[in-house]
Design a protein around this ligand. Structure first.
Ligand SMILES: [Zn+2]
Length: 264
């Protein structure tokens, strides 16, 4: 059997609640990768999944991780919900602080919690597509990628009347096909430049320290509004007012991702 060298990235901390091991087709921001190791493995992946380094680089370049423009703007983003436990608490904090954020929604969770979806939109936040069931789309067949994106768009539109124009890949894992299908269906692909690692059970102090260390003008900050390690996002909720206070104190205006992108 012919063999290829495939860069295996061990993705224990990829911004989501489930760790996956994946092949060279996957990209994540540099800070997410613990230790890339080169391993020789048999070519067992399908042709669809063999991607040249150049094509993978192009796919990674299609992801908007931050938006560098004049002015001190940052965007808070939340993934994997909605739910009934943490979503209302996060929404209440944002309302109290008069901050608008961006929520990347998992389709099946939207279907389960339509009232939360309506509340998010009613309170002025932006919505993005985060796949139907948080599948690693970089390892999925083309028709599966299409259905994951379209079914999520459909349920969001059905419930809220809003057609999502943003897409964030589960685990931040993009392949050329994920880029083609998500952009082809009218989405901008959004990543992040600040990973709070809230989903990993980090303490409130650690979450805040991650923001302080990594934030810069135009940053997109990743947090979660459902899921988390052992289903616990209490630290996310507790850290949020402190994150907002810190960013405001540093002079940042907190905007949605569409506002960040369209700012002059
Ligand atoms: Zn996610």
């Amino acid at each position: 059997m012919s063999k290829v060298i495939i860069l295996l990235m061990v993705m224990g901390i990829t911004g989501c609640s489930k760790a996956v091991q994946t092949t060279s087709i996957v990209t994540v921001p540099k800070t997410e990768v613990i230790a890339p190791v080169q391993v020789e493995v048999p070519q067992i992946v399908t042709t669809e999944h063999v991607v040249s380094a150049a094509d993978q680089k192009d796919a990674a370049a299609a992801v908007i991780n931050n938006v560098k423009k004049e002015g001190l703007r940052v965007a808070l983003t939340f993934d994997d919900g909605p739910d009934e436990k943490y979503t209302p608490r996060i929404l209440d904090i944002l309302k109290k602080e008069q901050v608008k954020a961006t929520f990347f929604v998992v389709g099946e969770h939207a279907k389960q919690h339509p009232q939360m979806m309506k509340k998010i939109v009613d309170e002025g936040h932006a919505i993005g597509n985060h796949s139907w069931d948080h599948l690693n789309l970089a390892q999925a067949a083309t028709d599966k990628i299409q259905s994951e994106i379209s079914s999520t768009d459909d349920v969001i539109k059905q419930i809220t009347g809003v057609a999502p124009k943003l897409f964030r890949a589960p685990y931040g894992a993009v392949s050329p096909q994920v880029v083609k299908e998500s952009q082809g269906s009218g989405h901008q692909i959004i990543g992040w430049s600040v990973d709070t690692l809230d989903w990993d059970g980090k303490s409130v102090a650690q979450i805040l320290a991650n923001v302080r260390k990594e934030v810069s003008p135009g940053a997109i900050i990743l947090q979660h509004f459902a899921g988390g390690k052992h289903g616990d996002l209490n630290n996310t909720v507790q850290a949020l007012p402190q994150i907002i206070a810190y960013l405001k104190q540093k002079g940042y205006t907190l905007v949605t991702v569409p506002e960040l992108i369209s700012a002059k």
